[in-house]
Design a protein around this ligand. Structure first.
Ligand code: ATP
Ligand code: MG
Length: 435
């Protein structure tokens, strides 16, 4: 029963786990409370690493680390599956770092197979000269599958599964463990190398591939977004020595994200979003906005009042969750925040919403709401009509948000990337040019 349970639980989505446990209880009515296998050293090592790296100890998520460890022990090819931001890469990192402490060093070599063509991945033989050009994957493979290496390697394909490249790996994933290349070379897999896939879905993988791999599925509920938020505000204490700020942010963020559960409330109330963004990504965006806002104050060693922090939090919530919404839904976000007693701007017109206001974080004074007013445009001396770009409210907002994100240092949370979306002809390119 333990084998049946422990070998299968890792593959299920969170909702199916109680169902599966109930089925097992029906099949084995006399066997109850079978304890899970424990791995004391690994579990302790994972806990220590999580604390060291300012991650949060979420039991369901840590269980995934242990399930990955169990899968690693019995398989030479395995997949971590789950939506973006559920912590797939972090789980792999936590486990490999822990095992590096306990055993030999572990390395993760990552590539995105979807970003290259099949010949670039596996190598190609020229029809004319018969010359062999090695591919990226085949080079990584031959370099790391070497018994004399003093380290273990997880060759990780991080990206969407596509039948074009994954089917070539079937001979690697089955018991032969051999990669066969187009030039006839056959490179066997050594025991210090594992083949890992980090994917969102397995829709395009054939049963032949899926059945050859161990699978660990990570549900969005295993981690949730609160730990990401928590690590962020605790990180401000550790990285920037902003203890008081961290405590204030803790109170305000708990109020808005836990008590008011603002993300779910907005999600339930809006009519339609152009595309679905996961909650963890929205929270990551929120943290990025806040980090951008607080940067000048860290540099000037200045702290803010509770009200100012709350205004910044509201502004960041508005743009991280509502930034992709249409006008009608933005009105709903405005009303919701008003109902919940958020510190709102004093509107000058009835048609305005909170999206028409910003907080000028560069002016070192009181952080107050200001109405977005595009810069006054002065015609240049040599005016070329086709190249005229006149700033508008929207271009102002786009530049302000881009500025806040792009001027930050690249970090674990911030990739310094801005995505402008909108129908064709809605001045996306012009906004970028004006920035
Ligand atoms: N236990 C944790 N506590 C706090 N933050 C965490 C934890 N695990 C992951 N995170 C944070 O969550 C974010 C997303 O994690 P990660 O990049 O591992 O997700 P992913 O599933 O690999 O995403 P993608 O599919 O985009 O590659 C990261 O910023 C990471 O620091
Ligand atoms: Mg990842």
């Amino acid at each position: 029963m333990r084998s049946l349970r422990d070998m299968n639980l890792s593959k299920f989505v969170a909702d199916d786990i109680p169902l599966f446990n109930a089925l097992l209880a029906d099949i084995f009515p006399k066997v109850t409370n079978v304890p899970k296998m424990t791995y004391k050293e690994v579990e302790q090592g994972v806990k220590t690493f999580i604390e060291k790296k300012n991650l949060q100890y979420e039991p369901a998520w840590v269980l995934k680390c242990i399930q990955l460890y169990e899968t690693y022990n019995v398989r030479h090819g395995f997949m971590t599956v789950g939506h973006t931001g559920v912590g797939k890469s972090t789980i792999m990192k936590v486990l490999t770092e822990t095992l590096s402490e306990l055993l030999q060093p572990f390395k993760i070599v990552r590539l995105n197979p979807k970003g290259i063509t099949a010949p670039q991945m596996y190598g190609v033989k020229s029809d004319i000269s018969d010359d062999w050009t090695p591919g990226i994957f085949s080079t990584i493979w031959s370099k790391n599958n070497n018994r004399s290496n003093k380290f273990n390697v997880w060759i990780t394909c991080d990206g969407p599964v596509d039948a074009i490249w994954i089917e070539n790996l079937n001979t690697v994933l089955d018991d032969n463990k051999i990669l066969t290349l187009a030039n006839g070379e056959r490179i066997p897999m050594t025991s210090n190398c594992k083949m890992v896939f980090e994917v969102e879905t397995l829709d395009n993988a054939s049963p032949a591939t899926v059945s050859r791999c161990g699978i660990v599925y990570i549900s969005p509920t295993d981690l949730g977004y609160i730990p990401v938020l928590k690590s962020w505000w605790i990180g401000r204490k550790l990285d920037f020595n902003r203890g008081e700020e961290s405590d204030k942010l803790n109170t305000i963020c708990t109020k808005w994200f836990v008590t008011h559960d603002i993300i779910s409330t907005i999600r339930r109330s809006i009519k339609s979003a152009p595309f679905n963004i996961s909650e963890i990504i929205q929270v990551t965006q929120f943290c990025n906005f806040m980090t951008g806002f607080l940067r000048p104050f860290v540099a000037a060693n200045k702290s803010l009042t509770d009200q100012e922090y709350e205004r910044l939090v509201i502004f960041s919530i508005v743009w991280s969750i509502g930034g992709i919404l249409e006008v009608a839904d933005r009105n709903i976000v405005h009303e919701l925040l008003q109902q919940k007693g958020a510190p709102m701007p004093q509107k000058s017109k009835d048609v305005e919403t909170i999206f028409d206001y910003y907080i000028d974080y560069r002016a070192v004074g009181v952080l107050e709401w200001k109405l977005v007013v595009p810069e006054t445009w002065v015609p240049p001396e040599n005016l070329q009509f086709s190249q005229v770009l006149i700033p508008t409210g929207d271009s102002f907002k786009a530049s302000m948000i881009a500025d806040m994100l792009l001027t930050q240092e690249k970090s674990n949370l911030c990739n310094k990337a801005v995505l402008l979306i909108g129908l064709s002809g809605t001045a996306k390119t012009s906004s970028v040019l004006m920035y």
